[in-house]
Design a protein around this ligand. Structure first.
Ligand SMILES: NCc1[nH]cc(CCC(=O)O)c1CC(=O)O
Length: 306
């Protein structure tokens, strides 16, 4: 095995951690590898909220281009940042075993304000999904934009007069940040594929596809495929107030999905179960159910707001 597999990664601490997981798997199988850092547009512009940039795949585009231009052989992404339709010529090669899936609120001093009905809390997030879900539960709160990588966001939270900010538990854990002042938002259904890492490669690259197939984690691949089918059927975008979570227990797939209007005032949810061999379409079916219940109108509203 003389060929060196070039693994492309963004330069953030989180991206590097994820790329190292893929690297470790390949090395364990006896492959020779090299990590190639690539700058991404999502890392550069810290001011404009993601929904204003409006570009699908902002975090993944530069790596995908490097892949198509043959500068790298494998791109490693957070699967939740990957558009549901992969760029032409690029194929999913492996999904790693899922890490923590939930979102956390990192607060300043104590979280008692969440129990005070009249209090107008200032909560920071640039995720349209988190904003919508938060406003649905706490309509009186104010949401502030907060962009950048996890470290940048934590520092900004410390500097600003905000009560708290929302983070993916996986993102914090992977860069070894465990804030004592945080609570898990068990009521907040996560983004489709949150906590999962994907390796993609060129679709004709049988050498890399085979190398990656060996560490694909089938249950995570199935769960995230279902969650992403739900997202794709409803909307197809990656910065929408759509949440989904599937998990497998005793050969049964359990699925939950939600669609929220941008201000949290309208809300649709569904859940279903299926045997592992009959589960392929449950994300699609769940999305069709929500569209039929009136979700189509909310989807149109979200599209028009962009
Ligand atoms: N959108 C940015 C992003 N993409 C992946 C993660 C963390 C890892 C994950 O959620 O899978 C994060 C940070 C966050 O949402 O707080």
């Amino acid at each position: 095995m003389d060929k060196v597999i070039r693994i492309g990664t963004r330069e953030s601490q989180l991206a590097l951690w994820q790329a190292h997981q893929v690297n470790n798997h390949l090395i364990a199988q006896g492959y020779r590898t090299a990590l190639v850092p690539i700058k991404s547009e999502g890392d550069i512009d810290l001011v404009t909220p993601l929904y204003e940039i409006g570009v699908q795949g902002i975090f993944t585009k530069s790596l995908d281009l490097a892949l198509l231009n043959n500068r790298i052989d494998i791109a490693v992404h957070s699967l939740k940042d990957v558009p549901t339709q992969l760029p032409q010529g690029i194929q999913q090669a492996a999904v790693l075993e899922r890490g923590p899936v939930k979102d956390l609120l990192v607060y300043k001093t104590n979280p008692d304000f969440l129990q005070q009905p009249g209090y107008v809390a200032a909560i920071a997030t640039s995720s349209v999904r988190r904003k919508a879900q938060w406003l649905r539960k706490y309509p009186q709160h104010q949401i502030f934009n907060l962009r950048g990588n996890v470290n940048t966001r934590l520092k900004k939270l410390a500097d600003e007069p905000w009560d708290g900010a929302i983070f993916a538990a996986a993102g914090l854990e992977r860069i070894n940040v465990r804030p004592e002042t945080s609570i898990e938002l068990d009521w907040m259904l996560p983004a489709p594929a949150q906590g999962a890492v994907v390796a993609v490669c060129r679709e004709n690259d049988t050498f890399c596809l085979e190398a990656c197939a060996a560490f694909n984690h089938a249950p995570t691949a199935l769960a995230t495929q279902i969650e992403r089918a739900f997202l794709r059927t409803l909307m197809g975008g990656c910065t929408t107030p759509i949440s989904a979570f599937a998990y497998i227990e005793n050969n049964t797939v359990h699925f939950e999905g939600e669609l929220c209007s941008l201000d949290g005032s309208k809300f649709f949810q569904t859940s279903r179960k299926a045997g592992i061999d009959d589960a392929n379409n449950i994300g699609y079916d769940a999305a069709q159910e929500i569209l039929a219940q009136g979700g189509a109108e909310v989807v149109a509203e979200i599209r028009n707001a962009k």
